[in-house]
Design a protein around this ligand. Structure first.
Ligand SMILES: Cc1cc2nc3c(=O)[nH]c(=O)nc-3n(C[C@H](O)[C@H](O)[C@H](O)COP(=O)(O)O)c2cc1C
Length: 194
């Protein structure tokens, strides 16, 4: 949502750690706040129920989905604003979840998810609330899209979390965990996880 703030810092840190392991790594950061994203209209669900992983609304969600499909791995981060991820991020997630949900819930799951098994590192940041709730939200998002969240061996397990000023967060230790997450993602990609 905000460049050079805590979530952005942690996403960039994970990428830098991945680069320190794989120097030829190419990356691309997409700021959802800069994308043209409309919320799900729901009433047109016949379209996505019958067109695998497609949506009747033409906007930047299709563009980001194509980029996600092309990537070997993803790192997704969001802060907590007003007790939830920012509205634009939620609209983007909703538009992806809806096309996967409606296609599969109509019993037409013959075409597998184009994101199946995609390794995905998760990052959540809050200030006074527990950032773990964001990791749970993102984990659920990955589950519906059939991606594979890259888990950590240590707390908070679901990904990198930060609370308050992430530079001084001795509870979630986001910079240490960012290194763990980077190693986990690179391992998954090298093992041919997708
Ligand atoms: C508009 C706004 C709303 C916020 N609402 C919450 C909130 O509901 N719960 C919380 O724990 N932190 C809240 N925060 C604090 C942010 O989660 C925290 O500052 C976080 O570092 C923001 O991520 P960012 O630095 O990447 O923008 C809010 C911050 C902003 C700017």
């Amino acid at each position: 949502m905000r460049k050079n703030r805590h979530t952005d810092t942690l996403v960039n840190h994970v990428i830098r750690e991945m680069q320190s392991i794989e120097s030829c790594l190419e990356f691309d950061i997409v700021y959802i706040v800069e994308q043209n994203v409309h919320p799900c209209r729901v009433m047109c669900s016949t379209y996505c129920s019958t067109h695998p992983y497609q949506c009747a609304i033409a906007d930047d969600v299709d563009v980001t989905l194509t980029r996600m499909i092309k990537a070997d791995a993803l790192v997704i981060g969001t802060p907590l604003y007003f007790r939830a991820p920012p509205a634009q991020f939620q609209a983007w997630a909703e538009r992806l979840i809806s096309r996967f949900f409606f296609y599969e819930s109509q019993g037409q799951s013959a075409v597998p998810s184009p994101l199946k098994g995609k390794p995905c590192g998760l990052i959540g940041v809050a200030e006074y609330a527990n950032p773990h709730q964001i990791l749970e939200y993102l984990h659920d998002f990955c589950t519906v899209l059939k991606m594979r969240p890259v888990l950590l061996d240590t707390f908070p397990y679901l990904g990198v979390a930060g609370q308050g000023n992430v530079e001084n967060d001795i509870i979630f230790r986001p910079f240490e965990r960012a290194g763990d997450l980077a190693r986990g993602i690179v391992n998954e990609v090298n093992q041919g996880g997708t």
